[in-house]
Ligand binder design. Structure first.
Ligand SMILES: Nc1ncnc2c1ncn2[C@@H]1O[C@H](COP(=O)(O)OP(=O)(O)OP(=O)(O)O)[C@@H](O)[C@H]1O
Ligand SMILES: [Mg+2]
Length: 307
């Protein structure tokens, strides 16, 4: 559905994108996960034809964005990182303005506006000026505006940054519904929880490059990171613990705790518990450190995702 080929973009000599390529299947929820300044907005802006790349290509549903911008753009709804609404206009008026830009006819626009106002829980406030709205409400209207022309593809650039939990949950509900209905979604975030929760596939972007890509499961297994089970024992003597530790291929004993390393702790856990039981050692606490996007990012780059 979407093919991104070797995108490069520099701002005043600073290389923001250093050759980004990825492909997204129809109906897929694709996450671009990366820290501040990684190049997420630059990538999304090029994919939405808001910005021109220095080189590289964007193909949307078989159409080159450069040579068929009009047709390709009809398929896309864009929710930009910076909220673009007119404060002195009402929600309805803002929707009419944006719908008009997307080329939606007046009669269709009336119907679609009502639909999205209901979808985002705004119908009762449709005649209030947008400047009286909270940040989360503005964000909801922004997403609603991107959906007026019934795009097949939705690009969202960090749609949940700096908004209240109620708006965030409503946005989550709507995008989950859209995904279920078959919409192709590209979603940028620096929240790994969001990427883990929603995305079928994730591209991890850092410093203008995709440094890893795949399903969460693939990213975990490719990272070869070990997960850890730290077991704390009660009333166990040192020789007992040494014996338990020695039986595990990769472990580390320190005072009354043993750290057991495994590529998949889920399947290792029962062996660890029964092994301890057989030695008559009482367990007082079990702590599990699983591999997640944060630890994968840390292992790939040596830095935290949210610096
Ligand atoms: N208009 C611009 N002029 C100059 N430099 C820019 C411009 N836009 C982005 N940059 C730089 O390009 C790099 C990538 O920026 P971009 O906004 O794409 O990152 P991002 O991943 O969206 O970050 P954030 O999470 O902060 O939104 C950064 O180093 C940024 O400072
Ligand atoms: Mg950005």
């Amino acid at each position: 559905m979407i093919e991104i080929k070797n995108l490069r973009k520099s701002y005043n000599g600073h290389e923001a994108l250093k050759g980004i390529s990825f492909a997204i299947q129809k109906g897929e929820f694709y996450g671009l996960l990366g820290p501040n300044g990684a190049g997420k907005t630059t990538t999304i802006s090029i994919m939405s034809s808001i910005l021109k790349p220095d080189s590289g290509e964007v193909i949307i549903d078989g159409m080159n964005l450069d040579t068929h911008p009009g047709q390709a753009k009809q398929l896309i709804g864009v929710v930009p990182q910076e909220i673009a609404l007119y404060g002195d206009l009402t929600a309805s008026e803002n929707l009419h303005f944006w719908g008009g830009l997307y080329g939606v006819s007046n009669s269709e626009l009336k119907k679609r506006s009502e639909e999205v106002l209901h979808l985002f829980g705004f119908y009762d406030r449709r005649n209030d000026n947008v400047k009286t709205y909270s940040g989360g409400m503005k964000r909801r209207i922004n997403i609603a505006a991107a959906l007026l022309h019934q795009p097949k593809i939705l690009f969202m650039d960090e749609p949940t940054v700096g908004i209240d939990p109620q708006s965030r949950n409503l946005i989550f509900e709507v995008i989950e519904k859209l995904h279920k209905e078959g919409m192709t979604i590209v979603y940028t975030t620096h929240y790994m929880e969001e990427a883990e929760r929603f995305c079928d596939r994730i591209g991890i972007i850092d410093n203008g490059q995709i440094i890893a890509e795949g399903t969460l499961k693939e990213l975990k297994s490719n990272s070869a990171l070990k997960e850890v089970v730290v077991v704390t024992y009660d009333h166990a003597n040192e020789s007992q613990l040494k014996e338990i530790s020695a039986k595990w291929p990769d472990s580390n004993l320190s005072e009354n705790k043993i750290s057991f390393y495994a590529t998949d702790v889920q399947s290792a856990l029962s062996g660890i518990i029964s092994g301890s039981g057989q030695m008559g050692a009482d367990i007082s606490n079990i702590e599990i450190q699983r591999t997640n996007l944060e630890t994968i990012f840390l292992s790939l780059t040596g830095k935290q995702l949210r610096d």
